[in-house]
Design a protein around this ligand. Structure first.
Ligand SMILES: CC(C)(COP(=O)(O)OP(=O)(O)OC[C@H]1O[C@@H](n2cnc3c(N)ncnc32)[C@H](O)[C@@H]1OP(=O)(O)O)[C@@H](O)C(=O)NCCC(=O)NCCS
Length: 167
């Protein structure tokens, strides 16, 4: 359920211009995603703007300002396609005001309505305390930690968590 003042809708091609500045900032920081920090805009767009049967969405405020974005998709193909996955990026200028929680709840509702049986996050950086706390509070548990799988610019080699919840 979206927080008051936060609307979640399908991302449109023209939203990318609002997404890219904070997407780029998050990727370049290299603290939360195992993406190439030098990723160019076209590759970012191709990676993020997932089409059907997946979705990309934006969270906007009452003035239509994009506060954050998420995408969601089947984690695997064929016999693994009943487990969903998703990715989230909230503009750091708007972090801590419930946008991530609203998008997380939205993804759970989407996955349930789409017939998935579970959601798996494949690579949550263990030092990403806001994300780990948020996913735990939304019912995800840590199945395993892949040790030293992420090279954090300040913390060095840290683990990647596999987080999961049934629907
Ligand atoms: C992690 C992220 C998705 C959280 O989104 P957000 O909009 O800032 O978070 P919210 O305001 O919805 O907070 C939800 C919960 O997150 C946790 N949280 C948020 N900020 C936190 C902080 N600074 N420290 C610890 N926990 C925090 C709390 O559990 C909070 O619960 P509450 O609702 O009881 O306060 C967002 O900061 C982000 O996009 N970060 C960069 C990219 C990223 O890490 N993506 C996720 C990869 S797995």
């Amino acid at each position: 359920m979206a927080r008051p003042g936060v609307t979640i809708r399908d991302a449109r091609a023209e939203d990318w211009g609002a997404i890219w500045p904070f997407f780029h900032r998050i990727v370049a920081a290299a603290e939360t995603y195992a993406y190439d920090p030098a990723m160019i805009e076209a590759d970012g767009r191709a990676r993020w703007m997932v089409g059907p049967p997946g979705r990309a969405v934006v969270a906007t405020d009452g003035d239509g300002v994009v506060l954050g974005t998420a995408n969601m998709y089947a984690n695997r193909e064929g016999p693994g396609s009943h487990v969903a996955s998703a990715s989230f990026m909230i503009d750091p200028a708007h972090a801590g005001r419930g946008v991530g929680r609203a998008l997380g709840e939205h993804v759970i509702e989407w996955a349930r309505a789409s017939g998935f049986r579970a959601i798996q996050f494949n690579a949550v950086v263990e030092t990403n305390e806001p994300a780990v706390a948020l996913w735990r509070s939304l019912g995800f548990e840590v199945l395993a930690t892949v040790p030293q799988a992420f090279h954090h610019p300040r913390h060095g080699y840290v683990g990647l968590l596999i987080m999961h919840r049934f629907l």
